[in-house]
Design a protein around this ligand. Structure first.
Ligand code: FAD
Ligand code: SF4
Length: 495
């Protein structure tokens, strides 16, 4: 679909808004309302800045999009949402132009709507089973639930109306939270509401986990994450940054000597995987984690003011097809690379990245090499990357994940000329806590084992998010945080 500037999309929506306002529509009429596209910066403009790519719906666009919802009685969208937001309820409130009611409904179940509205993979969650998408035989034509969620969350913030959640009378009980990603933030807020004292210990100098160090500014503005963290502080949560549990202080000592009654571990999956191919130690090869952390957390993109160096690349190859790969590729382009190649060994259909991110990457001119994989990285006499040798693949039988297995085609070698390689083939769990906490059980992938209440093998110790699930999503981390918070509060109240 060709690019339309925000003003044009908004003007079209205004016309429709006038036509639809206050009308009682049949389902058939609702099905004919056109899907409201998300306004965004023009591709050739946005690749030269770090500002958010998407601009958000106008009030009229939100109204028109909300009018597409069929208000299904059984609402399959709710079943598709990991935290079971009352989706038809909040969408109906938008059609009543009661945005406060809409955000209040969402906030009963989701703590970070401005973030989830931006980064959740709605197309495989709430929007996948949407009745409208099914009726129109196209999941992309489902009601844009995520965009509507973002609209009301942004509306609330822009009105300066974000209220500080009420905190119960102090119980005198203390909870330590290790890691300040979405899992840790969710536990902190939920447990604090019950009147328990909460201290978050974060290894980095900034709070927010991957939402700050991994997902780039152009996809998730850091001011939005900061607003959530500020809310925690206003609720009375203490945050200790530059505190690496397992080094600065051991987890068992926190529990046994420092007077905490329960601990939640939300340390994420920050250990990058490599391909173990020839040339991976050449100068110019990075893990996506390192590359993005330098660029985002350490603000290396701000070359004038930041002291953090970042490699000057001309031609880049990114290995992988997930969100992390898309972020690394699009960041490399914004940092000045002339050509950015994504090398992925399956087809676009199997790509784990969100469809919107793949579409944005394509619009921005990222070159996709599908059914290809690097078999070695080639270097020059100084030990610097000068290219990659790839093999072509075809898809065979489905593997354990249900995706068709990529099978290399003999003799199909090809060469891509690059000076930088960014390896983005997944992350494993951070291992430090396990290595320094006796009795904490993990599975063969290093993920912490928990029961249905997110309780670990140690009494009083809970865990959730990527450290339990492996590299997953923001909403799943929040969902586990909520479960753990419920169990922690129940435990403390029973003591
Ligand atoms: C580049 C990138 C893009 C992504 N894009 C999306 C997306 O579009 N949509 C989506 O839903 N998901 C996305 N994800 C995945 C999502 O961000 C994660 O699933 C989610 O952040 C996991 O939350 P968490 O709270 O478990 O851990 P994290 O967000 O990883 O936070 C863990 C925190 O713990 C801290 N920590 C680690 N060890 C210690 C220690 N020993 N002591 C103290 N602190 C410690 C870390 O510094 C970190 O701040 C992306 C991930 C990456 C890397
Ligand atoms: S399934 Fe789709 S159409 Fe039905 S209530 Fe949910 S969002 Fe509305």
């Amino acid at each position: 679909m060709s690019y339309l500037p925000p003003e044009e999309l908004r003007a079209q929506a205004k016309q429709l808004y006038i036509q639809l306002k206050g009308k009682q529509l049949t389902n058939k009429e609702r099905m004919h309302i056109p899907l409201q596209d998300m306004p965004s910066q023009a591709p050739d403009t946005r690749i030269k800045n770090m500002e958010e790519v998407t601009c958000g719906y106008s009030k009229e666009q939100a109204y028109v999009e909300a009018m597409r919802c069929l208000q299904c009685k059984k609402a399959p969208c709710v079943a598709g949402c990991p935290v079971r937001i009352d989706i038809p309820g909040f969408i109906k409130a938008i059609t009543e132009e009661n945005f406060q009611k809409a955000i209040d409904i969402i906030k009963k179940d989701s703590l970070l709507p401005a973030i989830c509205g931006r980064v959740c993979p709605q197309e495989v969650q709430c929007q996948a089973p949407c009745t409208l998408g099914k009726a129109l035989k196209d999941v992309e034509k489902a009601v844009s639930i995520g965009r509507l969620e973002r609209f009301v969350a942004d509306w609330e913030r822009e009105q300066g109306k974000v209220s500080v959640p009420a905190v119960a009378k102090s119980t005198g009980k203390r909870v330590a939270i290790v890691g300040s990603g979405p899992a840790g933030i969710t536990v902190a807020a939920d447990v604090r509401r019950h009147g328990h004292e909460v201290v978050i210990f974060e290894a980095f100098h900034k709070t927010g986990g991957v939402m700050v160090y991994g997902i780039p500014e152009f996809r998730l503005p850091k001011a939005i994450v900061q607003a959530e963290v500020d809310l925690l502080k206003k609720m009375g949560v203490t945050i200790k940054t530059n505190f690496l549990v397992g080094r600065t202080r051991n987890l068992i000592k926190l529990l046994k000597q420092d007077g905490f009654d329960a601990i939640f571990i939300g340390t994420g999956a920050g250990l990058p995987k490599f391909m173990h191919i020839e040339g991976e130690n050449l100068v110019g090869v990075f893990s996506a984690n390192e590359y993005l952390t330098r660029a985002n957390l350490m603000k290396a993109y701000d070359r004038e003011r930041s002291h953090t160096p970042i490699f000057h690349s001309r031609k880049v190859a990114v290995f992988g097809g997930g969100n992390v790969a898309m972020d690394a590729a699009r960041m490399a382009q914004r940092l000045g690379a002339e050509v950015v190649n994504v090398i992925y060994r399956r087809t676009e259909k199997e790509m784990p990245a969100r469809a919107e991110e793949v579409a944005h990457a394509k619009e921005e001119g990222i070159v996709f090499h599908l059914l290809k994989n690097a078999q070695r990285i080639l270097g020059d006499e100084q030990g610097r990357v000068k290219g990659i040798e790839c093999l072509s693949y075809e898809l065979g039988e489905p593997d354990d994940s249900g995706r068709r297995r990529p099978v290399p085609i003999k003799g199909s070698e090809s060469y891509v000329d690059v000076d930088t390689v960014i390896v983005s083939i997944g992350n494993d769990s951070n291992p430090l806590i396990k290595q320094t906490t006796e009795g904490l059980e993990i599975n063969k992938w290093g993920n912490i084992l928990v029961d249905e209440n997110c309780k670990t093998s140690l009494d009083g110790v809970y865990a959730g998010g990527d450290i339990v699930l492996g590299a997953a999503t923001v909403i799943l981390a929040m969902g586990q945080g909520r479960t753990a918070a419920g169990a922690i509060s129940a435990r403390l109240e029973a003591r």
